[in-house]
Design a protein around this ligand. Structure first.
Ligand code: ADP
Ligand code: MG
Length: 361
């Protein structure tokens, strides 16, 4: 439906988008996620037709649209700043795009009513944007995009200006709306939680290039490198330096005199990074686990606790636990983990393949 072929963008001598290739299927909800400044907005604006594409091709439903106007592309964009017309009422804001496109009056009235009802803003139609709360303004901005029935919805961090509770609520409304409308959407965020909960597929961007594309679970379970491993998941994955040697049976490490075999493909001796998510570190109260970390601080979250720990070499480690035991700052706590839940990265931060990946291939 939408294809990006080696899309690049330069401002003067500086290349900020460095060759993006992506196929978006009809009805798919794609999320671009990455740190601030990695090029998410620039890429989205190029897809929208608001920013010229320096090189590469954009194909929409089989037609080359690299230089087409936003109108010709049939896209609608929702901005972080809402960008409502301040002198127009909610109803006028909603209908503006349709009026410009010359849609019939009865049709406009029908669509505005329908959209206002589905976003629960029908009681606000006569108000000006200045008389709305942040959440209401964002709904109007989303409604203004929906009412045009675009081929593709583009969202640029639409929830960033909302407080935490409203952000969570609006996120669910967007997910529900997407199920109803079954439209294609590209959603930009720096928030991995939004990415995990909304996306059919996530595109992880870093410094203008794609680090990995996959479903939320693929990225969570098999991040291809340490950047993705550290970005997806909250709290983030722990990274521990290990000295390893590989054999037919897997990759062997030794922690506190205990030999551990990890189900990865590796040969010879190497310094590797072992990745373990906070939820995969398991307390061993009898002290039998291969890791000993010093407790710095704990955070009670109700159903679970986060333990902030320090390893012997000074690395910071976080463990998530539901234990009822109480601890004191400075306690040495022992942990184990399931080798099948571990991740291993080489000196360049690339994921080692798992033994069973190899069998499957
Ligand atoms: P993100 O949305 O991921 O935070 P942006 O797409 O806004 O990132 O920016 C990507 C990079 O491009 C940044 O380094 C930013 O400074 C640069 N950039 C964005 N717009 C311009 C511009 N008009 N002129 C020069 N550099 C720009
Ligand atoms: Mg941005």
């Amino acid at each position: 439906m939408l294809t990006l072929q080696d899309i690049r963008k330069s401002y003067g001598a500086i290349e900020v988008i460095k060759g993006i290739n992506l196929d978006v299927a009809d009805g798919e909800f794609i999320v671009f996620v990455g740190p601030s400044g990695c090029g998410k907005s620039t890429l989205l604006r190029m897809i929208a037709g608001l920013e010229p594409i320096t090189s590469g091709d954009l194909v929409l439903d089989g037609y080359a649209m690299t230089t087409a106007s936003p109108f010709e592309r049939g896209v609608a964009m929702v901005f972080q700043s809402y960008a409502l017309y301040p002198h127009m009422t909610v109803a006028q804001n909603l209908s503006y795009g349709l009026r410009v496109a010359g849609t019939k009056r009865e049709e406009i009235a029908l669509r505005v009513r329908e959209v206002a009802r589905s976003l629960q803003i029908d009681h606000l139609l006569g108000r000006l944007p200045k008389d709305l709360s942040g959440g209401q303004r964002q709904r109007v901005a989303i409604g203004r995009a929906i009412v045009r029935k675009p081929r593709i919805f583009l969202f640029d961090e639409p929830l960033s200006n909302l407080d935490a509770a409203l952000r969570a609520q609006t996120r669910i409304e967007i997910a529900r709306l997407q199920q109803q409308l079954k439209s294609t959407a590209i959603y930009v965020t720096h928030d991995q939680t939004e990415a995990m909960t909304l996306a059919d597929r996530i595109v992880v961007l870093n410094k203008g290039h794609i680090e990995q594309i996959g479903t939320p679970l693929e990225l969570y379970r098999t991040p291809q490198n340490m950047f993705v491993a550290g970005f997806i998941g909250s709290p983030k994955m722990n990274f521990l330096n290990v000295r390893a040697h590989g054999s037919e049976a897997g990759v062997h490490i030794r922690e506190m005199g205990k030999a551990i075999t990890l189900p990865f493909v590796g040969r010879g001796e190497a310094d590797l990074t072992l990745g373990i998510r906070p939820e995969d570190l398991v307390l061993t109260p009898d002290g039998s686990g291969p890791f000993a970390f010093r407790l710095d601080i704990e955070e009670h979250m109700g159903e679970f606790r986060l333990l902030y720990l320090t390893a012997d070499d000074g690395s910071q480690v976080i463990a998530k636990t539901t234990t009822q035991d109480s601890f004191a700052e400075g306690d040495i706590l022992h942990f184990t983990f399931d080798p099948a839940a571990a991740h291993l990265f080489d000196a360049d931060g690339r994921r080692l393949s798992r033994l069973n990946d190899k069998i499957a291939a």
